[in-house]
Design a protein around this ligand. Structure first.
Ligand SMILES: *[C@@H]1O[C@H](CO)[C@@H](O)[C@H](O)[C@H]1NC(C)=O
Ligand SMILES: *[C@@H]1O[C@H](CO)[C@@H](O)[C@H](O)[C@H]1NC(C)=O
Ligand SMILES: *[C@@H]1O[C@H](CO)[C@@H](O)[C@H](O)[C@H]1NC(C)=O
Ligand SMILES: *[C@@H]1O[C@H](CO)[C@@H](O)[C@H](O)[C@H]1NC(C)=O
Ligand SMILES: *[C@@H]1O[C@H](CO)[C@@H](O)[C@H](O)[C@H]1NC(C)=O
Ligand SMILES: *[C@@H]1O[C@H](CO)[C@@H](O)[C@H](O)[C@H]1NC(C)=O
Length: 496
């Protein structure tokens, strides 16, 4: 027992000793990892390697000084990650070749004037998940160096992330020093409305290509909001309070991607002012309308303006029970026939659809990806084409059609459409009075039993009557009748 404890203690000490040996190695790591790494204070606290300074989650509570940054110059950092720390102020940085600066998830509420002015190569600045407010975030924060042509620009800046701060509004001049900005994320800020100054701020970005405004509590997209950003190709306005498809989208002439998920839109109906369909968006390729608990109905032509649509994501809408067969169909220029967009990806899973209409697309065979599973399918003659045509197509795409299950009529409930395809099931029609095949079956069986029983009973009754059994009822048997007939016969002769 005693020696066992001794060995244990020895091993423990040996282990501890190994740890001791490792520790200086780890700090040597910083300089040894990259031969060029300088003995900068920053690299003592963070990992400096391959032009990347990694200070992720280092409990930094003050921003580095200009002198500390300057000591990094020889290392030529391109990427600096200061995310997940707790400093509140961002102060002037030194002249460095930083391209990507990550200041996400700190507690920043103050960015001093022109803090980044020496970073003339900075392309990407991530300020998401901080405490920036409209009052404290001033346009001067992004001031660059003086140039004769432009107003102190940060000329290389392309991507700015201000998501998940506390901005109720944007200063109208906020982006005046960022003339080349292509990507802006202001998701997760409590904007509630796009007020006049915010509208001016966004429309001062002529090169904007990507705009994300997810979870901003927006109730509408105002007019002229999307007028200036001529090259806007991706727009995310998901998880807002929009009750209708914003008609302002019509201003975007180059939109390719639109995310409208999680908005309380009830309906898309071309004849309604409250719930209109889509305006013409000639270049839109990808549309997302998922997770919309209120969405019930997509009317005829509601998606017809999306003539280049390739990818339609309309899933997880628990109330969506009707998509018009002509939802995507657009009358051609002379009004003779219809044109359909050539959809390559169709996602309609987990809705409340009892049917996928075969006329929804013109070319089901062009689909590359499809998921229409988890809907309460009505398995009757109207969905026969799904069993015969669509299921084999889905199987071919190697997506899983065993999750397509019949919900109605009762006697079909639980069968997969794949199984019905395998057994070449021919399904009955449910008639317009809502009679269901299983009820038809019962009626048919009842009638048959009735007929089968009626025949012997009738025969029996006829037999009894012939034998005069019903005489007491005043019904004479055929014998009496013929007797009466013959009795009258001589009288009839008198007529001649
Ligand atoms: C030291 O460098 C190695 C390999 O580059 C790395 O896996 C390790 O995490 C580094 N150690 C520290 C303490 O940074
Ligand atoms: C941060 O900036 C504010 C306002 O400029 C100033 O009052 C405060 O002292 C600064 N805090 C630090 C830690 O430098
Ligand atoms: C910045 O860091 C956060 C968290 O560490 C990460 O999620 C984010 O993608 C980074 N941003 C950029 C632009 O690399
Ligand atoms: C930032 O610059 C503006 C204009 O030059 C000035 O009014 C403001 O006081 C400056 N703010 C700070 C904190 O220096
Ligand atoms: C789904 O549709 C059925 C009728 O087709 C309806 O009774 C039911 O309430 C709908 N479910 C939801 C969540 O809207
Ligand atoms: C399809 O889904 C069913 C039920 O979830 C599962 O049993 C089956 O293995 C899946 N098949 C493929 C090819 O993924």
């Amino acid at each position: 027992m005693g020696w066992a404890v001794a060995i244990f203690v020895f091993l423990f000490i040996a282990g501890a000793h190994c740890e001791d040996v490792k520790t200086p190695g780890a700090s040597a790591n910083v300089t040894a990892g990259s031969p060029k790494a300088p003995a900068s204070d920053i690299c003592r606290q963070c990992v400096c390697k391959d032009n990347k300074v990694n200070c992720y989650d280092q409990n930094l509570d003050t921003f580095f000084s200009k002198e500390e940054w300057a000591a990094l110059a020889d290392f030529k950092p391109k990427i600096v990650d200061l995310s997940e720390n707790s400093f509140t102020n961002v102060t002037l940085m030194a002249d460095l070749s930083i391209e990507i600066l990550n200041l996400s998830r700190c507690k920043i509420d103050v960015i001093e004037n022109a803090s980044f002015k020496e970073l003339q190569e900075m392309r990407v600045l991530d300020l998401s998940y901080n405490k920036l407010t409209a009052a404290k975030l001033s346009p001067h924060a992004f001031e660059g160096k003086y140039t004769p042509e432009q107003y102190e620009p940060l000329a290389a800046m392309r991507v700015l992330n201000l998501a998940y701060n506390d901005l109720h509004s944007l200063n109208q001049d906020l982006f005046e020093h960022l003339p080349q900005l292509e990507e802006l994320d202001i998701s997760g800020n409590p904007l509630t409305t796009i007020d006049h100054v915010t509208l001016i701020a966004i429309s001062s970005l002529p090169m904007l290509k990507v705009l994300r405004m997810r979870s901003c509590q927006l109730t509408e997209i105002p007019e002229k909001f999307l007028h200036t950003p001529l090259y806007l190709s991706r727009l995310d306005i998901s998880d807002n309070q929009l009750t209708a498809v914003p008609q302002e989208l019509e201003e975007t002439k180059n939109l390719e991607y639109l995310n409208l998920n999680q908005n309380p839109i009830r309906e898309l109906d071309m004849t309604s002012e409250d719930y209109p369909g889509f305006p013409r968006l000639r270049k839109l390729k990808e549309l997302h309308m998922c997770n919309m608990p209120s969405l019930r109905r997509i009317g005829p032509g509601a998606l017809a303006g999306l003539e280049s649509l390739e990818s339609l994501h309309m899933s997880l809408n628990p109330s969506l029970e009707f998509i018009d067969p002509k939802a995507l169909a657009r009358p051609d220029d002379i009004g003779e026939t219809y044109d359909w967009p050539l959809i390559k990806q169709l996602y309609l899973q987990s809705n409340n659809l009892s049917d996928i209409d075969s006329r929804l697309l013109s070319r089901w065979d062009l689909l590359e990806k499809i998921d229409v599973s988890d809907n309460p399918y009505l398995c009757d003659c109207s969905t026969q084409w799904i069993v015969d045509v669509l299921v084999p197509l889905i199987e071919e795409k190697k997506t899983n059609s065993s999750l397509m299950v019949c919900h109605e009529p009762i006697e079909m409930r639980g069968y997969t459409l794949k199984h019905l395809n395998e057994i070449h099931r021919h399904m009955r029609c449910v008639d317009k009075y809502g009679n269901r095949p299983e009820r038809d079956g019962a009626i048919l069986l009842g009638t048959l039993i009735g007929v089968l029983l009626a025949v012997p009973i009738m025969l029996g009754l006829v037999l009894l009557w012939r034998k005069g059994y019903f005489g007491w009822l005043g019904l004479r048997g055929p014998v009496d009748v013929s007797r009466a007939f013959y009795k009258r016969a001589p009288a009839d002769d008198n007529l001649f």
